[in-house]
Ligand binder design. Structure first.
Ligand code: UDP
Length: 330
């Protein structure tokens, strides 16, 4: 029996496939390669270049392969883009998930772990955030992810499918082998953008707002290593395999760092002065997002290994230094 990983050529998906293969699992990947990379596909996984909105092609994968459980990463994930092009998010994230669930129900595949996000909470009522806290997204990306969670819950009631939604905080870092890492085009995330400065690809980093009500005025986020996220998916799948009920888990380190602290960390790790300039706030940014991941630790037995920002930054720097153009050959 195999695990089907949708979006397995993307950032978090590819790291999860590496962990699954290391754990001896048989893995099938579906990815349309719109934002993922063929070079990120693990050589031991069977790869299908299929868009999850293509019901016929998806059905063929379920018919050809013997699928035991699904891990679903295939979605658009840029907050800014979701505000300027919301229908793309409804199409790829919601419609895509709907087609996937139709195909799963038709083929009696009843277990799914999928990427949700801290953006489902919107502006938090308190930190650290608990899974039971209010969900009120401030951007369309978070809205579609919350709707995907709700879609799973209704399908579960009707068809008995079981799901785990994993609400990630700020995914970062890279595989310690240096073979895979973060590569987005365009890049919008803080750590890869900072590391473009010591890599000679950017003169300085912009700080989006220094007038927030935080200790140094810049936004606070909870940075979690991608391999720790990957491990949580395997634990969540095993939880469902053992009969676990529908559930939602936050995944973060429970520690917040300001944008300025992240830049200082990159200066320490790279030895580069990394000039920074303060710019206006970015629309839709909550002042601070910090996870309580107590539930994932208690219920899933999750133990993040990379709980130190300097170590996380070192893995990211190892990847970006050796792959300044990501997976693209230049
Ligand atoms: N950020 C920044 N400069 C940048 C990119 C991001 O100051 O060039 C800030 C952003 O406003 C947020 C934090 O860094 O407060 C993390 O942003 P990112 O896009 O990495 O993740 P998000 O929290 O939006 O998921």
């Amino acid at each position: 029996m195999a695990i089907l990983v949708l979006g397995g050529a993307g950032y978090i998906g590819s790291h999860t496939v590496y962990e699954l293969v290391d754990a001896g699992r048989d893995v099938v990947i579906v990815d349309n390669l719109q934002t993922g990379f063929k070079a990120a596909v693990h050589p031991k996984a069977r790869f299908y270049q299929v868009d999850i909105r293509d019901r016929k092609a998806l059905d063929e994968v379920f018919e050809k392969e013997s699928i035991d459980g699904v891990i679903h990463f295939a979605a658009s994930s840029q907050v800014g883009e979701s505000m300027s092009d919301p229908l793309k998010y409804y199409d790829n994230n919601m419609y895509g998930t709907m087609v996937l669930l139709q195909s799963m129900v038709a083929h009696n595949v009843g277990k799914i772990v999928f990427s949700s996000t801290a953006a489902t909470y919107g502006e938090p009522e308190r930190v650290p955030i608990l899974e039971s806290d209010r969900t009120c997204p401030t951007n369309c990306y978070g809205e579609t992810k919350l709707s995907m969670e709700k879609m799973m819950a209704w399908v579960s009631k009707a068809h008995g499918l079981r799901f785990v939604a994993l609400r990630y905080f700020n995914a970062c870092g890279a595989h310690t082998s240096g073979k895979i890492g973060e590569a987005h085009s365009p890049e919008t995330h803080l750590i890869p953008l900072i590391l473009q400065v010591p890599n000679g690809q950017r003169a300085k980093i912009s700080i989006f707002g220094d007038d927030y009500a935080t200790k140094d005025g810049t936004c606070i986020r909870d940075y979690i290593h991608v391999t720790d996220l990957a491990q949580a998916h395997i634990l969540a799948l095993d939880y469902l395999m053992k009969g676990g009920e529908n559930n939602v888990f936050n995944l973060g380190n429970g520690v917040g760092f300001t944008v300025k602290e992240v830049i200082d960390c990159a200066r320490r790790v790279t030895g580069h002065p990394i000039p920074a300039e303060t710019c206006p706030r970015r629309a839709g940014d909550p002042a601070q997002l910090i996870a309580s991941s107590v539930k994932a630790k208690e219920v899933l037995g999750w133990k993040p290994r990379f709980d130190d920002l300097d170590t996380i930054m070192s893995t990211a720097w190892g990847w970006h230094k050796s792959h300044p153009h990501g997976f693209e050959e230049v």
